[in-house]
Design a protein around this ligand. Structure first.
Ligand SMILES: NC(=O)c1ccc[n+]([C@@H]2O[C@H](COP(=O)([O-])OP(=O)(O)OC[C@H]3O[C@@H](n4cnc5c(N)ncnc54)[C@H](OP(=O)(O)O)[C@@H]3O)[C@@H](O)[C@H]2O)c1
Length: 340
């Protein structure tokens, strides 16, 4: 007996964008399981977050083998929630996982050999209590494994029916181009490129995003809130329990006076737009047609609800975009943006 009660009309609450040249529409806002869903997280909060996401039309759930801590526990938490609440809604969800980062001891527990990818996906399916995933990603480029070995494994995983689509993450442009070509030749179109894209990290604007657009590959933006920096979370100090207090991926020394000044100015600008900074940061990512979805993280239902409201004001005037470029500074695209 499942314990999820359908909330209608959930699909009217969300916008959906096509992932490149494909049949797949993704929710503009997606839910990521990197942090906040490990064995250390409160299960009831995790469950409430996933329920709220689904209630609001979020269809895309982004996981990876190593999400936790400990590695694997993010998928286990999702698997339990899925089993308890969403088994009869499997066909309404796009569930993704990835392999490539450090996962188990020994020479086969990371990177992207055939051995690693196939074993890892089998483990992920077991943890998530699924027969197949919708998307399987190569999580990072592997400098030592021949690219053909990794890509052919992705093709074989699709042929085996263990994944419906494949994607790549963090590949540099030349490797991404080679991957798109290889997969195309094998008639397994690359559905998605997953990369870090937010106001503070704009490198992908120059090559990766236009390339994905040209190649008919969707782009999903991870850490669109710069792990919480692009919210009001750190405006008045470092709160107890925040990511900065417990994750090696977000260090207190990143919070320089210059960065805080930018966050403060962006926050004031967001208020003028009638939005929270988090909402403005997500809307800003979604201003690009190449961006299919923003994958957010949330440690509470309140954060998720705040983020979902980004969709209420997605438009920017050219003056607003110019102002954002000015606040961010040192941006090679600022001149280009303000000229039209
Ligand atoms: N492919 C890859 O290599 C890769 C890498 C990184 C991430 N990802 C994917 O992208 C997902 C999202 O990454 P992320 O967690 O870094 O995303 P993010 O949305 O940039 O940051 C999420 C964090 O920001 C804070 N936050 C979120 N909404 C907030 C709000 N409205 N107000 C105040 N604070 C708020 C929370 O921090 P607190 O915890 O402090 O409350 C939350 O944990 C991951 O879960 C994963 O699925 C993929």
């Amino acid at each position: 007996m499942e314990n999820y009660c359908i909330v209608e009309p959930r699909y009217e609450r969300m916008g959906y964008r096509r992932a490149g040249r494909s049949g797949i529409l993704l929710s503009e806002v997606s839910l990521g399981f990197w942090h906040n869903f490990g064995a250390d997280a409160e299960y009831d909060v995790c469950k409430a977050i996933v329920h709220t996401a689904f209630d609001n039309g979020v269809t895309y759930m982004d996981l990876a083998n190593n999400y936790g801590p400990p590695a694997g526990s993010g998928e286990e938490t999702f698997g339990r929630i899925y089993y308890e609440s969403f088994r009869s809604h499997r066909d309404e969800m796009i569930i993704a996982t990835k392999a490539g980062h450090d996962m188990w001891p020994g020479p086969y527990g990371e990177w992207s050999s055939r051995k690693n990818l196939i074993a890892s996906l089998d483990q992920s399916l077991h943890r998530m209590r699924l027969d197949y995933v919708d998307i399987f990603y190569s999580h990072r480029p592997d400098p030592n494994t021949p690219l053909e070995e990794t890509l052919q494994t992705l093709v074989d995983i699709v042929r085996q029916g263990k994944a419906l689509y494949v994607g790549i993450s963090k590949y540099p442009p030349s490797m991404a181009a080679a991957a798109y070509d290889y997969l195309e030749r094998e008639h397994v179109h690359c559905l998605l490129y997953q990369g870090r894209y937010n106001m503070f990290t704009r490198e992908h604007e120059t090559e990766i995003l236009p390339q994905a657009g040209d190649r008919g590959v969707g782009y999903v933006a991870f850490s669109p809130l710069a792990q919480g920096l692009l919210t009001n979370r750190y405006l008045h100090g470092i709160p107890e329990g925040s990511r900065m207090t417990k994750s090696k991926f977000l260090r207190p020394d990143s919070l320089t006076p210059d960065l805080l000044d930018k966050i403060d100015r962006l926050d004031r600008m967001a208020s003028r737009r009638g939005q929270s900074l988090a909402q403005m940061a997500l809307a800003w990512d979604l201003r690009l047609p190449e961006v299919t979805s923003v994958i957010i993280g949330a440690s509470s239902v309140a954060q998720l609800e705040d983020n979902l409201k980004a969709r209420e004001h997605l438009d920017f005037t050219s003056d607003e975009l110019y102002e954002i470029d000015q606040i961010l500074g040192n941006n090679p695209l600022a001149e280009k943006c303000c000229s039209h």
